[in-house]
Design a protein. Structure first.
Length: 161
């Protein structure tokens, strides 16, 4: 719980939906997304910009939302892992990471998907090295990364075809 009791009225736009909120000004974005907005796909791991579990897109750019103030996100487009899904249809990245066995405990997966999505938005044919660099801000303790890289490669091929 924050010690700062000053409240700021603001509106956050998350996955295309506007959420009017009254927040303490020192609240980080990841906590607000999980608690006030109610989207718990975004995870909080290290809370110190190290693990990438809290990665979301801000105007299409990946950021560690644990280290970003919610008030700074006002007026920007925030995309969380919940925003990847299209109705009942999983995003190709979600389908392919499951198919490749790239999800074990799953804690890193939402952040990993957001970094992969940002990578594929700027580069539709990434090399393996480019994928590994694109995901270098996301730590995974379970998979050894190879299956996640395979999933991103498969998604790139699928999206190009
Ligand atoms: S929880 Fe944000 S980088 Fe680890
Ligand atoms: S699947 Fe467990 S940390 Fe990545």
């Amino acid at each position: 719980m924050s010690e700062n009791t000053e409240l700021e009225n603001l509106e956050l736009k998350v996955n295309g939906v506007s959420y009017p909120l009254a927040l303490e000004i020192d609240r980080n974005l990841s906590g607000v997304l999980r608690t006030e907005v109610g989207l718990t796909g975004t995870k909080e791991g290290c809370d110190d910009c190290e693990c990438g579990a809290c990665m979301v897109l801000l105007d299409g750019q990946p950021i560690n939302s644990c280290s970003y103030l919610a008030v700074q996100a006002q007026g920007r487009d925030i995309t969380t892992v919940e925003g990847l899904i299209d109705g009942d249809e999983l995003h190709p990245l979600q389908r392919n990471i499951l198919a490749a066995g790239g999800v074990q405990c799953g804690f890193c997966t939402p952040g990993m998907l957001m970094s992969a999505q940002a990578l594929l938005e700027r580069n539709d044919s990434p090399t393996e090295d480019e994928i590994r660099i694109g995901l270098s801000g996301n730590l995974c303790r379970c998979t050894g990364y190879a299956k996640i890289v395979t999933a991103v490669q498969a998604t790139a091929v699928e999206l190009r075809s």
